[in-house]
Ligand binder design. Structure first.
Ligand code: DGL
Length: 279
């Protein structure tokens, strides 16, 4: 049974937030999986990156952005950030009882299931890898695997700066090295920014290593929470941008340009919102 009910003439409205452009990898999958829905997306760029922030900062930011999304009238909130999900989704569910949330966590379960050698890698922010929720995920789904954890400080920020760029390449050289040394055969991308550099990770690890990104699974879970029917999924369409309203706590023109370059040629509507927490 779905968590939300709609009359047939009502357009489902999905809220999404991330520290920046990483959640656009989730939005991309949602646009495909939920062609009936519209979307409000917040990039908390004034407070990015989240990966090295204290949990109490992430809690405060998550409540602020979630409140903004519910003020827009969204039916559910997708926490399109592994760092915010692992550190704050339990608190969000308590703060907004009876409101549906969908979280994004590193794909440890599919990675462990896909691995033939039992040697699995995960790339994520320091905050995600230090969280109790991440450790519980490993114990639950990958206790039988050797899990190589690679914290990637600076990588999300380097991706925010625009692709391609030399800093991203240099960081990936460093962060892929322990994965090669451990001879992993499967790597979970545990940060929503990283799917935008999945091809570069794959190029460094070789064709035998499988890369796991959970965006499509998150989109299917959201569709089920909304009670939407399964439809044939196509590629990007000319109406994608018309179904989205983007918000940022930093520069609207910069987010418009980043979205254009990461998701495609549409003209995206972007509005700046206050980064100041409401008390
Ligand atoms: N995209 C986010 C994640 O999935 C956060 C990256 C960051 O702000 O450090 O973890």
């Amino acid at each position: 049974m779905s968590d939300v009910c709609f009359s047939s003439d009502r357009v489902p409205h999905v809220g999404i937030f991330d520290s920046g452009v990483g959640g656009l990898s989730i939005l991309r999958a949602l646009l495909r999986a939920c062609p009936q829905a519209r979307f409000s997306y917040v990039a908390d760029t004034a407070y990015a990156p989240y990966g090295q922030r204290a949990p109490q900062d992430i809690h405060a930011r998550s409540v602020h952005l979630t409140q903004h999304l519910f003020d827009q009238g969204v039916d559910c909130v997708v926490v399109a950030c592994n760092t915010a999900t692992t550190q704050a989704i339990d608190m969000l569910r308590q703060a907004f009882p009876h409101r549906p949330f969908v979280g994004v966590e590193p794909g440890i379960k599919p990675a462990a299931a896909a691995s033939r050698s039992g040697r699995v890698g995960v790339m994520a922010t320091p905050g995600t890898l230090a969280s109790a929720r991440f450790e519980a995920l490993v114990q639950r789904h990958a206790a039988h695997c050797a899990v190589t954890r690679v914290p990637c400080p600076g990588l999300a920020s380097a991706i925010e700066a625009g692709l391609p760029n030399a800093e991203v390449e240099a960081l990936l050289d460093v962060f892929c090295q322990p994965l090669r040394a451990a001879q992993v055969d499967t790597v979970a991308l545990g940060c929503t920014h990283y799917p935008f550099v999945a091809d570069r990770v794959a190029a460094r690890l070789g064709p035998a290593v499988r890369i796991v990104d959970t965006a499509e699974a998150v989109a299917r879970r959201t569709r089920s929470v909304l009670g939407l029917p399964v439809t044939a999924e196509g590629g990007p369409t000319s109406t994608d941008a018309q179904r989205c309203m983007l918000f940022t706590t930093a520069d609207a023109a910069a987010l418009r340009q980043q979205t254009h370059s990461l998701l495609g040629a549409d003209v995206w509507s972007v509005q700046k919102i206050s980064e100041v927490l409401a008390h």
